[in-house]
Design a protein around this ligand. Sequence first.
Ligand code: NAD
Length: 503
Amino acid sequence: MYEFLERLGIREHNPGGCCGVNEWMGEGDTIASVNPASGKAIATVGLVSEREYDTIVSAAQAAFHTWRMVPGPVRGTIVRDIGLRLEERKEDLARLVTLEMGKILEEARGEVQEAIDMAAFASGLSRQLYGKTMTSERPEHRLYEQWHPLGPVGIITAFNFPVAVWSWNALVATTCGDSTVWKPSSKVPLCAIAVQRIVNEVLAEHGWGRGVACLACGTGQTAGTWIARDGRIPLVSATGSVAMGRRVSETVAGRLGRTILELGGNNAVIVSKSADLDQAVPAIVFGAVGTAGQRCTSIRRLIVHESVRDTLVARLVKAYSSLTIGDPLDPKTRMGPLIDTDAVSKMQMALESVRDQGGTVLYGGKRRGETFVDPAIVEVPGNVPVVAEETFAPILYVMAYEDFDEALWLHNDVPQGLSSSLFSTDLREVETFLSHKGSDCGIANVNVSTSGAEIGAAFGGEKETGGGREAGSDAWKAYMRRQSVTTNWGTGMPLSQGIDFSY
Ligand code: NAD
């Protein structure tokens, strides 16, 4: 057992359910959390049974009734303190993210930093949560909108950002006066347990022992499905694959609940003939290889003007061949393992399919050991079927274009719509890319990679990516309920639309 695990409160066996500082549970199946780099178990986790799940949601429901009455800025102070505690534990938590998920330490530190930043953002937000005031059409009337806490929020998260995605949702929801029930990916339950311990600690210091922030480790079929079906949970925020989002949204819609869906991407970079390749090359390498191609915003497709195609590909191949692949805890490593052998098999299958569909592997793609691979660069004739799917692995598909309209068409001609980017120094191309006929994604960047978003803006995507928005800007509104209010402060009773109902 690493010392940092002990400091984070991780034991050899860990209950995976929690609804209060001293209320841990996990009488369901026992699963092992596996280090993807070594294939060895780090620790075991007891998943929650349906009975325990019920206890957890009941606690969240009860806590909501008192938590929502705490003034927003006071809630914000507690969220601020969660951020400060995360900052104190940043290094330990980052090491756990690397150990359990496999991303390199530098990126894991960035992930924990994102959660710290979210706490600061949400804390500031706690003094806002503002509504609008409109002019009323009636004399001596006031018309405005206000925002109220919504209820317990279900948060289902993917394996690839085991801390950050929780923070985008939970820290905002908590600030908004909601209680939360978090179901993390069962590939990374220890990160969730460590975060839950930190949050418990801070809540308890502020006198909040039970129900405000809950954890329900389970599989998609158990805890995930229970959350989706549960009428006590008015909002389910689900991050993961398109297939999962489809199932969750159908189930939640069946009970007329709300969802925030953050699903798969198929992100492209267009590199035009005017691009500054000194900017484009490092941005593409980070975007395609960072987190071993396991970011929702990873660059999957490179749409390059034919005049710069050969130069760019040669520079990318050179950069790829200089990357150190291996132990993600080693500071020299730039790419760690894939999450599991299944992810490696999916990558190998995609590479086989693309060969059948007219693709040529220009670099990499080999398996190294159980979960390590060489990142691949593959030339393709366009968005052939395998390219139109999201393969969650470091494969960069390269396609050439002649004119900019063709590049835009190739760019948008996939079912997903998360993140996009253009490298160009041509103002007309840039503005076209950002116009109505340009990128159809939720995120559109210029001379910046598709991955590595800041928290200040709302994060999310269109089409099969699900349409949800999280993190910054006004994404908080999804975690609250809007109420339109009209107050008549006069003595008459005028009706709207000038209706005369005199009798
Ligand atoms: P996944 O869909 O396998 O699992 C995501 C979560 O959903 C897990 O907690 C899982 O247990 C749960 N789940 C699975 N089936 C379920 C069901 N039927 N009902 C309820 N819950 C269910 O995804 P993953 O492999 O963990 O993550 C990779 C995927 O997530 C990629 O597609 C990636 O693009 C996407 N992702 C998207 C974003 C975003 O913000 N758009 C962020 C991170 C990851």
